[in-house]
Design a binder for this molecule. Sequence first.
Ligand code: TXA
Ligand code: MG
Length: 364
Amino acid sequence: MSSDSRPPQSSAVINEAVQTLHHGGLVAFPTETVYGLGADAKNPEAIKKIFTTKGRPSNHPLIVHLAAPDKFDEVKVDWVPILAPWVRDLSEDALSLVNTFWPGPLTLVFKKDKSVLNELTGGQDTVAIRAPAHPLAQELLRKFKGGVVAPSANRFGKVSPTSAADVRHEFEGALDLMILDGGDCEVGIESTILDLSSGDKAILLRPGIITPREIEAKTGIKVFQLGENRDEGNGEKSPRVSGSMRAHYAPTTPLRLYSPGRVLDALSEFPDIKSRVAVGVWDSECSLSSDGHPSVQFDEVELPSDSTTFASRLYRSLRDLDQQGWDLILFPEPPEGEEWDGVRDRLQRACFGSGPSSSNHANS
Ligand code: TXA
Ligand code: MG
């Protein structure tokens, strides 16, 4: 059932969500990054429902979401008893990362405790964990008193939802889903994922708003890129990160990136398109008009030139533009710089998977 008509913070609604999780149901809930589709991490049948609902292959592992210690705003908090049931080998570095960034948009991959269900790890011997910062997510997790697995609450390969309405739209007609409404997500792109399971190195699996530079500055821990200093991960049977597939986060309308001043080059792939082209333009720059081609009609869409603001609105813009019936969407290539890595990663995958499903490259 849906929570639409009720006040978002009502404890009765949250209690109902907790009961739904206990009974093996799914609950969509807000996090600071994107909305998640949650299920009890100890219930194999509930976990299976997530995969069927999303249309996600069952070897794509899920993130376990945990409640922060009660007094997480105090200086000394103890995450060890919270993590101990889920992970083996909690290193000093892991604790330093947790103490610095949790609750928040950072997911850590550990060697898993043997009690962690294979259904949620895709059969791998590691488990991904995060403590989300959104107060409603924390309240749900605290009251549930257990781990909640939650992928982004979208159909596999599609744009992640950043509002309760997006989740409703995503599963419309297909599912009687309980959705907790916590407003728009602040961060707007999924958490940064760091793999700590090799023991000695922190490896970046998915860029996000928390960058390697910030991690090193705050903890002294150096973050390696995937592939740097190791060659695992290539040729493995189970994908370590489903978002690492080339096509992901994709709108139905074709989406392409253009390099500065090269809008027409981006158009050359679509010779038949003469109108209904939405072109993203940095708010810091003047309009494209002089850049245009007389036979093609552009409509400009202003985009924030600050990376954090851009991230917070990226999926919102893609969803809205997708609804507006454009024939083509062109976005400017994000600038160089680590703070744009998360956005660049999502945009490139969105381009690759975009277009009607018969014409995209998603399954190639
Ligand atoms: O911000 C987020 O992380 C959001 C919110 C809802 O928390 N969740 C999210 O979940 O993005 P999902 O399932 O859409 O993406 C989780 C990513 C997947 O790409 C998955 O492959 C990776 O985490 N992952 C999960 N367990 C893993 C593991 N044991 N080793 C490596 N990667 C893992
Ligand atoms: Mg996802």
